[in-house]
Design a protein around this ligand. Structure first.
Ligand SMILES: *Cc1c(COP(=O)(O)O)cnc(C)c1O
Length: 377
């Protein structure tokens, strides 16, 4: 049996009848663009998120771009992002001729370093983009506090943490992506709530902002053939919305399955001193989009090869930090200390984690990792 990073086929099989039915009804109604399923999915997700407005779009990268357009950022404005993230977060900043300001992350949670955010602020700073990396929220109490004090926008990149709960100092609980001015997510197939193609969405609690986002995602159109601003064409297909409404009902159960796999890995690796298992932050649940270990950098690539030879896949998220990417060299500004990001890029390794993982398969993965470290203390 082939071991996979994610098992989309197995996940589909368990909900096949309902998914097939939902797809077939879209096809028989043939309302492929902005069919009623798009609005009902937006409503279902809004209910799940506790009432935030949900504006579906074509993918997570578009969501981030539309968010920055909707906030009225103009060329030269600075936007603070972690250097340790997927390229999409910072790419759209550059595309809009805004300046990405790359800051370091915390060594334990891999999320935005609050201290560095504070230091990176200049009179040109307009927004902060916390990325809830690998399924766990950044310190949103601190991010929102900085944003209020400096009058900045907050755009949450929730592509990896949909379903996670943020726990405020005062005991309140809110869904990841609904805390900042705008939250952005992706329904890429392997994300925690994935569709069967591309998809994405924006969240906001601000009615006016929601209207602006809807307008921008739809060619800047206020009514048919009346265009108030330059927009983009970014829609969630009706078929994808229909699939997502079925899968959304299982999201909490999917998150729990991932948490179960993570806990089982944790137990198995506790006695291996060379391995650092994922740290849970006190202010967020972890929905484990990835299960990422820190291992000694000189062993990381040999571990990956060793596992590969045993038929165990693993991934490096992310091997090259943004400040070493040619595309960002001339357009970004960097904080002077990005040493945590550097270290993480050399020592992270993500193991297979998904909703269909059996104990049998997981034991095989654990055995591979354990054997590798046996003679390496
Ligand atoms: C997946 C992802 C995106 C982009 O989503 P797409 O739907 O692939 O465009 C953005 N940010 C992060 C952190 C992601 O993991």
């Amino acid at each position: 049996m082939k071991i996979e990073m994610v098992d989309l086929k197995g996940q589909y099989r368990r909900i096949q009848a309902e998914v097939d039915q939902s797809i077939l009804s879209v096809i028989s109604e043939s309302n492929f663009i902005n069919g009623p399923q798009v609005q009902s999915f937006a409503q279902n997700l809004s209910d799940y998120l506790g009432g935030a407005q949900v504006i579906p779009c074509a993918n997570g990268t578009d969501a981030l771009q539309i968010a920055m357009m909707a906030l009225g950022l103009v060329p030269g404005d600075e936007v603070i992002v972690p250097a340790f993230t997927y390229v999409a977060t910072a790419e759209v900043i550059g595309l809009l001729h805004l300046r990405p300001v790359l800051v370091d992350v915390e060594p334990d949670t891999f999320n935005l370093s609050i201290e560095q955010v504070e230091r990176a602020i200049t009179p040109k700073t307009k927004a902060i983009v916390p990325v809830h990396l690998f399924g766990q929220c950044a310190n949103m109490d601190a991010v929102m506090d900085i944003a209020h004090r400096h009058n900045l926008f907050v755009i949450e990149d929730t592509a990896q943490a949909l379903g996670a709960n943020y726990l405020f100092y005062d005991g309140r609980k809110q869904k990841a992506g609904t805390i900042g001015h705008i939250g952005c997510t992706s329904f890429f197939p392997s994300k925690n709530l994935g569709c069967y193609g591309d998809g994405g969405a924006l969240f906001t609690n601000n009615e006016e902002l929601a209207e602006t986002i809807r307008m921008i995602a739809n060619h800047g159109q206020v009514k048919k053939y009346v265009h108030k601003v330059l927009g983009v064409n970014s829609r969630l297909d009706t078929v994808q919305a229909a699939i997502l409404s079925v899968k959304l009902k299982h999201l909490d159960e999917y998150c729990q399955a991932r948490q179960g796999v993570a806990a089982y890995y944790d137990d198995a690796f506790r006695s291996i001193s060379a391995i650092h298992t994922p740290v849970r932050s006190p202010f967020s649940t972890h929905v484990f989009h990835q299960y990422t270990l820190l291992v000694p950098s000189e062993l990381r690539d040999t571990l990956k090869d060793y596992l590969q030879k045993k038929g165990i896949p693993s991934m490096i998220y992310y091997p090259i930090p943004l400040h070493h990417q040619e595309a960002f060299r001339s357009i970004s500004r960097c904080s002077e200390d990005l040493s945590v990001t550097e270290r993480l890029c050399a020592s992270v390794i993500s193991l297979p984690i998904h909703t269909e993982m059996t104990t049998e398969v997981q034991d095989e993965i654990i055995q591979g990792v354990t054997e590798f470290f046996k003679d390496k203390i």
